[in-house]
Design a protein around this ligand. Sequence first.
Ligand code: PLP
Length: 397
Amino acid sequence: MEDLAINGGKPVFDKRIGYGHQYIDEADIQAVVDVLKSDFLTCGPKIEEAEKKLCDITGAKHAVLIANGTAALHAMIFAAGIGPGDEVITTPLTFAASANCALYCGARPVFADINPETYNIDPQSIEEKITDKTKAVVAVDFTGQAVEADKIRAICDKHNLIFIEDAAHSLGTKYNGKLVGSIADMTEFSFHPVKTCTAGEGGAITTNDDELYKRLVLFRTHGITRAQELMDKPAEGGWYYQQIDLGYNYRMTDMQAALLSSQLDKLEMFGKRRKELVRRYDEAFSAMPEIVVQKEIPESDTVRHLYIIQLNLDMLTCSRREIFEALQAEGVGVNVHYIPVYSFPYYQKLGYRMGECPKAEHLYERIISIPLYYSLTDAEQDKVIKAIEKVIAYYRR
Ligand SMILES: *Cc1c(COP(=O)(O)O)cnc(C)c1O
């Protein structure tokens, strides 16, 4: 057996690779430089250009570019009119922002458990957590796989809830042939550098609803408007505007929007390669009973943002931590997505308790995210697989 790098052996990678990485080409760079030489660094034409591209891609009627995905979530909760006393149901297996957005508006996040095979929020658990205070569901397309949108839509319609989709992972994914972004009442995207397309930092909301759209746009700029139909009296002149709600400065710059617009031109290429890499991983791990891979629902045609291996701990002599650290030592950029949100001290102080979502907690103890990004080469991926085989062989029971 080969000596593990963690025990002083030769690592599979000389230089560690990340679990995610942006891909920037000359067109992206030129797009940003062009903005720097133009008249508008913010509030300029690149915002609308990227918004229009997002509408074309997703089939949504409206798109609102915003500072980041977290701001997009905050804006959606605001637009939905959610406030103190209200409850918002989401998954614990997500980035904290999916739940924090409810707290920003004074509402309480309520956690529904996951489906242990797909890792996405379980519609039945959503239904069990509904009370007369529930106002919305924030469903996360975890790793890029679409949530069971038909079931969630039916639950939301039955209980008069707003269906919000956190699609930070799922740009380019289709559900029943329809692109994510035009399915829920509002959908959020993130353009952080590890996501499928990047703006450096950035986010967007798509919606088909005209009223929600108006509130999202207000929220992005201080709650200020120049639209006469929104004012309570005629404008006093050409300079006039009114603040009619409490919003923020959540605008994106034109440099970011230009980068995003250029990145969106490559979405199909990015998605195709990610699918290919997922297929190659799936194939390699199908021969390894120590590793369980995420199941896909047939409705989801997925552009995967993350690739997660679930360890079958019964077949190993160690815990997830040893495998994680051994892979790191081999030079494989590993990560864990995610620590259940309600386990954090901040949430514990708010009264949340462990055991709330046992399936999510069970999964959390067994998962490791491994490298997945557009520019990962076949040779690099083969080395990732080799490192995993090497580490698993060492810890095999
Ligand atoms: C990245 C991410 C966000 C937040 O996006 P930012 O642009 O980093 O604010 C929200 N939800 C999920 C599931 C994410 O992965």
